[in-house]
Design a protein around this ligand. Structure first.
Ligand code: HEC
Length: 114
């Protein structure tokens, strides 16, 4: 029984931290992703307020938090908050962010396999 708990715990832990497989992408920060962040994120993360001390106007901050952003925006889909009527991240834009991060964020990350 104890073994079962340990194994289950490990799998849950691994599942939460594992990165999805790398997939090459043509999407780049400047060309495709920056405007999505400008329209959907920076109102609360850089422009008027800096929630969670996460300034998404700052490219280094984005680079350092890529996997947190992935977890929040793609896996849990809790950002941007759904109770804000002015902001509605389209499914298409969410898919772009997904592909871009999985491609190791060309323009901010290396774009090479991680
Ligand atoms: C209407 C305001 C608002 C917008 C727009 C918004 N956020 Fe947030 N964000 C918050 C608040 C408030 C928190 C901190 C509280 C929380 O974690 O729920 C937060 C926290 C986060 C966190 C940290 C989560 C954690 O577990 O530490 C990430 C990452 C994030 N936001 C990314 C984004 C991204 C990317 C966008 C745009 C796609 C975005 N947010 C848009 C308000 C916003």
């Amino acid at each position: 029984m104890r073994i079962l708990i340990i194994v289950t715990g490990f799998l849950l832990f691994a599942g939460c931290t594992a990165k999805p497989t790398y997939q090459k992408t043509e999407l780049t920060w400047e060309k495709d992703i920056k405007t999505i962040f400008e329209h959907n994120c920076i109102e609360c993360h850089g422009l008027n307020r800096v929630e969670s001390r996460l300034n998404l106007l700052d490219e280094r901050t984005i680079k350092e938090n890529l996997w947190l952003i992935y977890k929040t925006v793609i896996q849990k889909q809790v950002m941007p908050p759904t109770n804000n009527l002015n902001i509605n991240l389209s499914q298409g834009d969410r898919l772009k962010i997904n592909s871009w991060i999985r491609g190791n964020a060309p323009g901010i990350g290396t774009g090479e396999p991680y």
